[in-house]
Design a protein around this ligand. Structure first.
Ligand SMILES: Nc1ncnc2c1ncn2[C@@H]1O[C@H](COP(=O)(O)OP(=O)(O)OP(=O)(O)O)[C@@H](O)[C@H]1O
Ligand SMILES: [Mg+2]
Length: 462
């Protein structure tokens, strides 16, 4: 090491191009709030950065990060402009890191004032967030816990989803029971490494087929702490906060085990890693993968991750590996459509005290004509059909007010012609092309593939 470079000293200023020194000094002056009183050979960081620490007044949380940011602008620049062979550069960088940390540590509770940069690629920005992340503060994690606790779903007995509320999907329900309910009822059967229940479950399929509904059933049945998490719970405009949230989430889940972490629309958080990913999203994905790996290998921890998506092909392959049970939630078969129609009509009729005048053959005909409908499309169809009698009454009341008619109609039953009308208005959401894509994914990665899937659909058809 050259004599001019003592530990923690700036790269010998005399050895740097004059322009870099001037630039650095000018910026240092802004940081310090004083004129550059030092000439060449002055130990720049000793004065400027230490001063930046001192100058950020205690209690003024916003000042420390901004001083830090200014300091962050100086040293990479000096380092960059120094000759690559300059042996002092790492020392200066190290000192810069130390100073950065001391600024941030000094007010550990202050939030970084710099907002997430859309591309997140600039160097200073990355160094800045690196320094922030290096401070593994218990305080920081604790601060996130209340927000995460708010995501815990507390199943309310009144609106808890029961197995019979979910039409069809027999294979999926059996598989979920195997992973969640059997191990709780008969733990002695699951002691061996080979019978250990899966730690990750992926529910994928077309929109409106009941993936979120299945999760609600899991929440009601599993007897575990159920974290209902989505992208907005995790993502944050603050640098470094998102990955800390993920870390805190898994820590809290471990504390409250057995736990289920449900990630709805998992593709929005854990899509394939690409070069174009911004820094924040890359970090979140890595944190998830690391935490999931931990949950996967630590045999003591009972954390199950359940992901739901209708774009499974977008998921990162490393994520797929950590979700070994991948259950296809297909469009409802005939049996499931019939069961959903009958259940919903029965609820409607019993609530309004109506006898229900649709015959079995009427239902059969609706079932035939709703091929390709998802359960949520069917629900929409039922709502549309149920509105026909309501519209009639509304029209009659208007006529009555106008003195045209005297008759006060009582609400009538839903009739077959109401469904005719509804079928003209409601169309399936899912296209055949998308359906083929889901099937192809299922054949390649699904747990219930080919014949199994067909058997499930056929059992739905009964
Ligand atoms: N299998 C089912 N049985 C009964 N009702 C269902 C079923 N699937 C969906 N539904 C109805 O459709 C609504 C939407 O379902 P859900 O939110 O579970 O769909 P999803 O698969 O999560 O859709 P997306 O992929 O768009 O999030 C539910 O609230 C429920 O009323
Ligand atoms: Mg959903």
């Amino acid at each position: 090491m050259p004599p001019s470079c003592s530990a923690g000293a700036l790269p010998a200023v005399a050895e740097l191009p004059m322009t870099s020194v001037r630039t650095a000094e000018a910026k240092a002056a802004t940081v310090c709030g004083k004129a550059p009183a030092h000439g060449r050979g002055t130990c720049l960081q000793g004065d400027a950065q230490d001063h930046a620490v001192k100058e950020a007044p205690a209690g003024r949380a916003g000042d420390a990060p901004s001083s830090f940011r200014s300091a962050a602008e100086i040293f990479p620049e000096v380092a960059k402009k120094a000759q690559p062979s300059q042996p002092c550069v790492p020392t200066a960088q190290q000192h810069f890191d130390d100073v950065s940390q001391s600024i941030l540590k000094r007010d550990a509770k202050c939030r970084p004032s710099k907002r997430l940069h859309p591309d997140g690629n600039d160097k200073d920005h990355r160094e800045w967030s690196d320094a922030w992340l290096r401070i593994a503060d218990a305080d920081q994690l604790e601060r996130l816990v209340p927000a995460l606790e708010a995501t815990i779903h507390r199943a309310d007995a009144a609106d808890a989803i029961k197995k019979e509320d979910i039409a069809g999907l027999n294979f999926v329900k059996t598989q979920i029971e195997e992973v969640l309910i059997l191990p709780r009822l008969h733990p002695e059967l699951f002691l061996s490494a080979l019978t250990k229940p899966a730690r990750g479950l992926l529910l994928f399929g077309p929109p409106g087929t009941g993936k979120t509904l299945l999760a609600k059933w899991i929440a009601a049945e599993c007897g575990a702490t159920f974290f209902n998490v989505n992208a907005s719970t995790v993502m944050s405009k603050w640098i470094g906060e998102a990955e800390k949230t993920v870390k805190a989430l898994f820590q809290l889940a471990a504390e409250k085990q057995p736990s289920v972490i449900f990630l709805d629309e998992i593709d929005s958080l854990l899509s394939q890693r690409r070069d174009a990913d911004n820094e924040a999203s890359r970090r979140v994905k890595n944190e998830f993968l690391t935490s999931l790996e931990g949950a996967d290998t630590d045999s003591e921890e009972r954390i199950l991750l359940v992901g739901a998506t209708n774009m499974p092909w977008d998921l990162d392959h490393a994520v797929l590996r950590r979700l070994p049970k991948r259950l296809y939630v297909p469009l409802p078969g005939k049996g499931a459509r019939r069961s959903l129609l009958l259940t919903q009509l029965a609820k409607h009729n019993s609530r309004l005290g109506l006898p229900g005048n649709l015959s079995a053959s009427d239902i059969d005909s609706i079932v035939e004509r709703t091929e390709g409908f998802s359960c949520s499309d069917l629900q929409q169809l039922l709502c549309e059909a149920a509105m026909c009698p309501v519209r009639e009454i509304a029209a009659a009341r208007i006529r009555q007010k106008a003195g045209v008619s005297q008759a006060q109609q009582a609400q009538r039953d839903i009739a077959k012609h109401d469904f005719e009308c509804a079928l003209r208005r409601v169309k399936p959401t899912h296209t055949e092309e998308q359906g083929l894509r889901h099937q192809a994914f299922n054949n390649e990665h699904g747990t219930c593939r080919g014949e199994d899937a067909m058997q499930d659909l056929e059992s739905d058809a009964d």
